[in-house]
Design a protein around this ligand. Structure first.
Ligand SMILES: [Zn+2]
Length: 244
């Protein structure tokens, strides 16, 4: 082999290994939100293959049972903490943080929420389009999270004006922001499109946090598609691995 051909072969090998490395580095963490009301849908979600995380609403009838079940299956459990949203009328979860609460009330509510869900390794917000825009309340919340050593925060990012990431940094809480909602509406076409978007983003950026819900369409798609991810060069990782 001539020097030029050897050189060409070597550089092509280099390009191949670089693009191979880029594909191998794509990592995705998936969280399934809103567990706690329906036992069957919750258990079907927890049975999904791979290291997904399950975010459990405190004070719901099946919260402890589903958190125990997820933990027993080796899955991570998040506290899915309701944070006040812009539209008041749908804001009716049993335990949640509201803007009219004092710091003491925020602390007591957070403690009650933590009591209601066992095995919690991190916290993410349910709704929150109003509360996550308010630095005062978000900093109080982050300080409570910080006080329970080792907990992290996932910003569900339901408003572009969320200050959660800044307040987490200020309080010294490890945090990460949601990139993709898998089911902004639960139609099969939307769920399939968002799943493709998640994969594209992962290959482009290397790291993606996706959030879905225990809808029939979301669970059916994940049951079918999750086992194929590794062949597509995407590694499913735990949310705690991704945060840290
Ligand atoms: Zn939610």
């Amino acid at each position: 082999m001539s020097w030029t051909r050897a050189c060409l072969a070597a550089s092509m090998l280099l390009i191949a290994s670089f693009s191979g490395a880029a594909v191998q580095q794509a990592r995705v963490a998936i969280i399934i939100d809103d567990l706690g009301y329906r036992l069957e849908a919750g258990r079907r979600a927890i049975a999904l293959p791979g290291p997904l995380a399950f975010a459990v609403l405190p004070g719901t009838p099946r919260a402890a049972a589903l958190a125990d079940w997820a933990h027993a299956q080796g899955k991570e459990v998040l506290l899915h903490l309701p944070l006040q949203a812009n539209a008041e009328d749908r804001d009716n979860e049993p335990i949640g943080i509201h803007l009219d609460m004092s710091r003491q009330a925020v602390n007591a509510t957070f403690a009650a929420a933590m009591q209601a869900v066992p095995h919690v390794v991190g916290v993410n917000g349910h709704r929150g389009s109003l509360l996550t825009r308010h630095p005062g309340h978000m900093l109080w919340l982050m300080e409570e999270i910080r006080a329970r050593h080792g907990l992290f925060f996932v910003d569900s990012y339901t408003t572009a004006q969320s200050v959660a990431m800044q307040m987490a940094t200020e309080a010294g809480v490890q945090a990460v922001r949601r990139d993709v909602f898998l089911d902004p509406d639960p139609s099969p076409a939307t769920v399939a499109r968002q799943f493709e978007r998640m994969k594209r983003l992962a290959k482009k950026r290397g790291v993606v946090v996706a959030i879905g819900h225990p809808y029939e369409t979301t669970l059916a798609l994940l049951e079918k598609e999750l086992p194929k991810l590794s062949q597509q060069g995407i590694e499913l990782v735990t949310i705690s691995e991704l945060v840290r």
